[in-house]
Design a binder for this molecule. Structure first.
Ligand SMILES: [Zn+2]
Ligand SMILES: [Zn+2]
Length: 367
């Protein structure tokens, strides 16, 4: 079958909207007709070349749509189901899957960086030439094929534009707080960086019934937005005494939990200064893989725990429907995260906004 998709052919060049050919379904494949897809910072990193993937490739890893067809061995979803794509499909029986670390699933970590599906092959071609899959999802397209473990059913009453963003930014932020750190009621939380992931850390902290939720950001508009998402206090990340302000707000000790969602050297450093002795730091952002990040040794002392997480310990089949229900019950904000809606043809202008830090999430809606 033929379908349109946004294709990256060379780094630092615009995506082109091309017609591709999809191969027939393999037994574990799910064909999804996408209705909405988000633009995430990780897609931008591939465009800009700081994340290296084989090209050409179809980017996009936040996608929602309807199951159009399933392979012969698929049992978890069927035609007509509304699904959100998970960018961490996993085999379920490798060394890491057996240890409840699907994010490290061996077929996933082997094939995903090579632009392949879990079985080490591709399904997409353009004029007979292979086109790669990004993070086993490739949602910047009218259709995608994902493995069964990457097609997650969600309630049909959830609108597609809001459904798609659950797939990465929302899951990562809420999951980091609720699943990874397991923040307990009354705990103090600081969130550094209040973009899409940071705002969802704040929502997660509210769901966890945290006490103080301190939002730290360098931009005043993002600090204001953080208050609307449930932050109880804000601190200017550029203030020389930013860590001191967090200690003042937390009985002089520092926060019980600090979430870094800025992806900046200074933010990693600050996270260690803001957490109390014995506290937990979760790093969600990233810098270039070959870059060094300076930390003050003394800030690491005191039985502190640091963990780096990519997907907030997501178990998509458990967590996507849960987040959907929390949204439908009015306890999670999704509408407010979407600051622009565009058509697939406008995707490059959406990425311009992302590169300039304009808005929170841009969603592409398919015709
Ligand atoms: Zn993402
Ligand atoms: Zn596995």
């Amino acid at each position: 079958m033929r379908f349109r998709a946004a294709v990256l052919d060379r780094v630092n060049t615009p995506l082109s909207i091309d017609t591709l050919e999809m191969a027939p379904l393999e037994p574990n494949d799910v064909l999804v007709r996408l209705h909405a897809t988000g633009l995430c910072h990780t897609d931008l990193e591939v465009i800009q070349g700081s994340l290296v993937y084989p090209l050409p490739i179809v980017l996009g890893h936040e996608g929602a749509g309807v199951v159009e067809a399933v392979g012969a061995a698929v049992t978890a979803v069927r035609r007509g189901d509304h699904v959100v794509c998970s960018w961490n499909p996993h085999c379920g029986h490798c060394f890491y899957c057996e240890r409840s670390l699907p994010i490290l699933c061996e077929p996933f970590t082997r094939n995903q960086p090579r632009g392949l599906l879990l079985d080490g092959t591709t399904r997409m071609t353009r004029d007979g030439q292979q086109v790669h899959h990004y993070s086993v999802t490739s949602t910047h397209a009218e259709y995608t094929i994902v493995p069964e473990s990457g097609a997650i059913p969600v309630p049909p009453e959830l609108p597609f534009d809001r459904a798609c963003i659950i797939g990465c930014g929302v899951m990562t932020g809420i999951g980091a707080v609720v699943r990874k750190a397991k923040v307990e009621p009354g705990a103090s939380v600081a969130v550094i960086g209040c973009g899409a992931v940071g705002l969802n850390c704040i929502q997660g902290a509210r769901l966890a019934d945290a006490g103080r939720i301190v939002a730290v950001d360098v931009a005043v508009d993002r600090r204001e937005r953080a208050l609307a998402f449930g932050a109880t206090d804000v601190v200017d990340g550029l203030a020389a005494d930013a860590a001191e302000q967090v200690r003042t707000l937390t009985n002089g000790r520092g926060a019980d939990y600090v979430f870094e969602a800025a992806g900046h050297k200074a933010a990693f450093r600050l996270s260690m200064e803001m957490v109390r002795p014995g506290g937990q730091v979760v790093w969600l952002g990233k810098v270039n893989v070959n870059e060094d990040v300076p930390l003050r040794w003394g800030s690491l002392m005191g039985e502190k725990r640091i963990v780096r997480s990519s997907y907030g310990d997501a178990a998509p089949r458990r967590d996507f429907p849960w987040i959907a229900r929390e949204y439908l019950a009015g306890r999670v904000k999704l509408d407010e995260l979407i600051t622009r809606r565009i058509r697939l043809e406008e995707i490059n202008s959406g990425f311009d906004d992302l590169a300039q830090g304009r808005g929170i999430r841009t969603v592409v809606e398919m015709a």
